[in-house]
Write a protein that binds this ligand. Sequence first.
Ligand code: NAP
Length: 248
Amino acid sequence: MNKIMIITGGSRGIGAATALLAAERGFDVAVNYASNQAAADAVVKGIQAKGRRAFALKGDVGSEADMLKLFDACDKQLGTLTCLVNNAGVVDVKARLDQMSVARWQRMFNVNVIGSMICAREAIKRMSSKHGGKGGTIVNLSSAAARLGAGGQYVDYATAKGAIDTFTLGLAREVASEGIRVNAVRPGIIDTEIHASGGEPNRVEQSKGMVPMQRGGTAREIANAILWLASDESTYTTGAVIDSTGGR
Ligand code: NAP
């Protein structure tokens, strides 16, 4: 069976590292991105240089219409999906709850939670034995924030990631007998541009003292965990949420 992956937010950071590692492990990859076409194109070129097929498609994970187009394009250009990586995610600037707007919360939950639910639904329609599919894997990106709470920083983000942990557990049990495994990775502080988008470009350097290993993680280290969950090395693992946090 061909190995075919959709990765949301595959243009930069953990998503880009995962897309490239997936190609090394024999996946053809549909790379979704929000706005940075140059970064997405570079990832596609990197995948093709490894001898695999790939395309990039712009789309907001929180938009049902955009995600339907992404899954349809994957069906047509690559074939039947075998792995979904729900990676796209956003933070916002540091704030207390009493300073936050409802519009901020709606964006936080739309991108970080509903986006993953839309994509998982479309993946299940293609993978589930109940729908005539041949099975597959779903890997969700949670965060250590889900168990730390991120008080004084971004409890809205942490709450959204807590929802991802619960979603992972419940969905895993829902589709376990239909050939689909659903797992999550909870990264700690990883060296990507997400911190700059939350107004803290030096967060990794500034926070490393809080990490038992005394360093931030790399996108590649998280990609390794994602690819393990997506592989036949983890066939008895479902509903798991794996911490990859340097011990934090
Ligand atoms: P990043 O470097 O900021 O990259 C974000 C990626 O998501 C980009 O490819 C971006 O596309 C895409 N994206 C953003 N909003 C999107 C939307 N609405 N629709 C589709 N794509 C969207 O982030 P990262 O650090 O790699 O984080 C990846 C995942 O890991 C997220 O779920 C994040 O919450 C989680 N995580 C990260 C850390 C960390 O320390 N880095 C820790 C815990 C959890 P463009 O390139 O087009 O902007």
